[in-house]
Design a protein around this ligand. Structure first.
Ligand SMILES: Cc1cc2nc3c(=O)[nH]c(=O)nc-3n(C[C@H](O)[C@H](O)[C@H](O)COP(=O)(O)OP(=O)(O)OC[C@H]3O[C@@H](n4cnc5c(N)ncnc54)[C@H](O)[C@@H]3O)c2cc1C
Length: 393
């Protein structure tokens, strides 16, 4: 009978909650500590792709994704700013599996939280201290509470409190772009199609729209240049008129959609250089804490779900003594793949913002990018994580 490790996850966002579900499916003892007074997310969308949907299915959430998501299909397109089509969007893996869904972030977080046993998540716990030795890791919280664990997973986002315990503190890199995001009820734009992901590309800016919540809402994101280095935050309200003005002379479908925007939120876009290490003994990073990336491949949440599945698969056979070496194996498996996605997101941002003297070259790259997407979507972390776990045993 092996003695199973006790795992504490700091951060109850998409990454932390998915990891908790995947670890519980491996019979591990889990606690999640979240700083917010309750689990929840803001009003915006997230795009789920086959490389994470296969893991949501594995933890039993396939039907919930189908119910709460909005599947986007073959009519998905990239357009020039005036509406001239550029290329289709890759919406399936190489086998043709069309598991691409727009989701309301709150729906995804709610379904991940609801799938956990009662008492797993401790809200109102902001972690403010960490120490570890040969036997245990210890956490302290701003409310005076403390916790012990065999291993700790820091899923506490781009500003991770715990990352400096793994690697020297560093500043996030500002991209020079700000995203205006929000949702429009479909009933206000009844002609807007609910079966496709659409993006318009112009000089220094781009615009994205896709359906969420079974097509009841349309999620939009307008990416604009800015020299204002605001702290990235969901709570920074934006001026809908600034957004409308920025896209006023684009494809008329965009001004029409934006005419229905009442409230919008601004989010300055930051990433980090790939970190050279994610793990120190009993502590590992996951999701944006490990690899914050620009949203130009729509992969931040998808990669954090891959992280959680890799971690759970590698820890499946670990005991209290071997758990720290399992963390090293998890990092080895994930770090280079995610670094490629981080770099790819930066490169794709240049395409989306038309930073090309010859737009014909840009358009050809956009069309050819389907091959990269297929490789991304085909990837399944489980077989290689199983091999890594077997090598540890
Ligand atoms: C404009 C934009 C569009 C995007 N679109 C997509 C997309 O379409 N698809 C996609 O896959 N990704 C997308 N992303 C990225 C995605 O949102 C993130 O990568 C993902 O949410 C990261 O999840 P996470 O759980 O690692 O971090 P977070 O969601 O940041 O969660 C961290 C959690 O930790 C908590 N926390 C923080 N500090 C502490 C502490 N000290 N103690 C306790 N709790 C703490 C926070 O309150 C939060 O709940 C987008 C990002 C942007 C900016």
């Amino acid at each position: 009978m092996i003695s199973r490790p006790h795992v504490v996850i700091v951060g109850g966002g998409i990454g932390g909650l998915f990891a908790a579900n995947a670890l519980i499916a491996q019979d591990l003892r889990i606690a999640v500590y979240e700083q917010a007074p309750e689990i929840g997310e803001v009003g915006a969308g997230v795009f789920l792709t086959p490389n994470s949907v296969r893991h949501l299915q594995r933890i039993g959430l396939g039907p919930a994704v189908e119910k709460w998501g909005a599947r986007v299909g073959q009519e998905s397109r990239y357009f020039r700013h005036d509406g001239a089509p550029i290329a289709p969007v890759q919406v399936s893996d190489s086998s043709g599996w069309n598991a691409t869904f727009g989701m309301h972030r709150a729906d995804l977080v709610d379904m991940l939280a609801a799938a956990l046993p009662a008492g797993t998540v401790h809200t109102g716990h902001r972690c403010d201290g960490f120490e570890q030795d040969d036997k245990l890791a210890r956490l302290s919280f701003a409310n005076g509470a403390s916790a012990e664990a065999d291993i700790v997973i820091a899923a506490d986002g781009i500003h991770s409190e715990l990352r400096p315990y793994v690697f020297a503190a560093s500043q996030p890199v500002f991209s020079g772009s700000v995203a205006y995001r929000g949702l429009v009820p479909h009933e206000r734009v009844p002609d807007w199609p609910t079966d496709r992901w659409q993006m318009w590309l112009g000089k220094g800016r781009h615009f994205l729209a896709f359906p969420v919540r079974a097509g009841k809402l349309i999620n939009y994101v307008g990416f604009l240049p800015t020299d204002e280095q605001m702290k990235e935050s969901w709570s920074a309200p934006g001026d809908p008129d600034v957004l409308r003005q920025a896209f006023a002379d684009w494809d008329p479908r965009i001004p029409r959609l934006l005419s229905e925007v009442k409230i919008t939120f601004r989010w300055a876009l930051y990433d980090r250089e790939p970190l050279p290490a994610w793990t120190r003994q009993r502590l590992s990073l996951l999701g944006d804490a490990a690899h914050p990336m620009l949203p130009h491949l729509g992969q931040g949440a998808n990669q954090s779900i891959e992280d959680g599945m890799a971690l759970a698969t590698i820890l499946a056979r670990a005991d209290r003594a071997t758990a720290p070496s399992a963390l090293t194996a998890y990092e080895r498996l994930r770090r280079e793949r995610v670094a490629q996605v981080q770099r790819g997101a930066r490169e794709n941002g240049l395409r989306y913002d038309s930073a090309y003297s010859d737009l014909g070259v840009r358009d050809a790259e956009i069309a050819a990018h389907a091959a990269f997407r297929k490789r991304l979507y085909d990837h399944d972390v489980v077989p290689e994580a199983q091999a890594a776990a077997a090598a540890l045993a």
